[in-house]
Design a protein around this ligand. Structure first.
Ligand code: N2P
Length: 365
């Protein structure tokens, strides 16, 4: 009798306690810019009563800087599998996901999950959000005006100084991220894209300094997306889906700015962005609910439609707009995928050399 009373009393207390905390629950998300369907966030808030506080970054350097101080206050972060996510896994900075709370986990493609296992053995700390490549956003008509014969499918277009010189007339931009630019340059040079070799890094530096006088902007990827869409650059080295978003925006504006994406034939860097929970997240339960929410086919299809990056949920593909689904620059064909490479973590010595290189590239000396 007493036990029943106690149980009922506890239950009542729990209910009383549950509603106010439920109402005040907040989920702190730190994601890339231009990387979500705003309707998905709204729906999550309506369905769960959890308020989403949403901040953005546009390079791995910014994300790493924010996390290095600890106590970021975020519940969800979206680090790229290599190098940032892998490093966070190794440092014990991420919380293990509780799969029981994420029944939609199994919606993910097993082959893609196995590709990120080298960063996270057993896929214990992250679900795949979206993926893509690094390549060139170009305005083919403008490029042709100054370089009628240059190849449009190769990094030669940007990295050969004579090409860069000609293109300086219509504008070159490079995203401000040593982590996400150097691997492609090293690969173009025929070197190990991870740059652990000092001589390789020196060669990359020389190649970059040689084009530096012709580069108009080394800036945040988010700014490149905006400026590409308005026709400010004719060649930009950046993330695949950002180019395709710029192309869609330019088409919508109808001012005759035609944009294309080029996956360099020398081999493009393939990356996976992971949904992960910092070890010290204030609200890990809400974070797991958010991951589970995003892994629903209809929700993640909406994200792909909005941002033009592919997701890892096969059941979402038929729900993606046909034009997006059939664009090989969004969903690379097996042949295109076979021409990609995945970067890995560098030694800390090489990493320091790389950031010095980047500073010299930015300064132009
Ligand atoms: C979104 C860019 C995200 C891709 N604007 C980089 N991993």
């Amino acid at each position: 009798m007493f036990r029943r009373f106690l149980a009922a009393a506890l239950c009542a207390t729990a209910m009383m306690a549950a509603s106010p905390t439920q109402a005040q629950q907040t989920l702190n998300v730190y994601n890339w810019s231009d990387y979500i369907d705003p309707k998905a966030v709204q729906r999550f808030q309506t369905e769960t009563g959890i308020t989403v506080r949403y901040d953005v970054f546009d390079s791995l350097e910014t994300l790493e800087g924010k996390l290095s101080a600890g106590r970021s206050g975020y519940d969800i972060i979206v680090p790229t599998s290599e190098p940032t996510f892998a490093r966070l896994v190794r440092a014990g900075a991420l919380r293990k996901l509780d799969r029981a709370q994420i029944p939609n986990w199994s919606n993910q493609d097993a082959t893609l999950l196995s590709r990120v296992e080298s960063s996270d053995p057993g896929n214990q700390h992250g679900a795949i959000y979206l993926y893509g490549t690094v390549g060139l956003g170009i305005r083919p008509d403008k490029v042709r005006e100054v370089l009628p014969d240059a190849p449009l499918d190769s990094l030669d277009l940007l990295m050969k100084p004579e090409n860069a010189k000609a293109l300086s007339a219509c504008g070159i931009a490079v995203m401000d991220s040593a982590i996400d630019v150097l691997p492609s340059v090293l690969r173009w040079l025929g070197k190990d894209p991870n740059g652990n070799d000092t001589a390789d890094l020196r060669a990359a530096e020389q190649a970059m300094l040689a084009i530096r006088p012709h580069v108009r902007a080394i800036t945040a990827s988010g700014s490149i997306l905006d400026a590409l869409a308005t026709g400010e650059y004719c060649v930009a080295l950046t993330y695949s889906g950002d180019v395709i978003q710029a192309k869609a925006r330019a088409e919508e504006a109808g001012r005759g700015v035609a944009i294309g994406y080029v996956q360099p034939k020398e081999g493009a860097q393939l990356w996976f962005d992971m949904l992960a929970i910092p070890a010290d997240a204030p609200n890990p339960e809400a974070a797991q609910r958010f991951i589970n929410f995003l892994l629903q086919p209809a929700v993640i299809a909406g994200v792909t439609n909005a941002v033009h990056y592919p997701n890892a949920v096969p059941a979402a593909t038929p729900l993606v707009d046909e034009a997006v689904r059939e664009d090989a620059n969004v969903y690379p064909t097996p042949e295109m995928l076979s021409r990609t490479f995945v970067a890995t973590v560098m030694s800390s010595q090489a990493e320091r050399a790389r950031s010095r290189l980047w500073n010299r590239f930015k300064a132009g000396r």
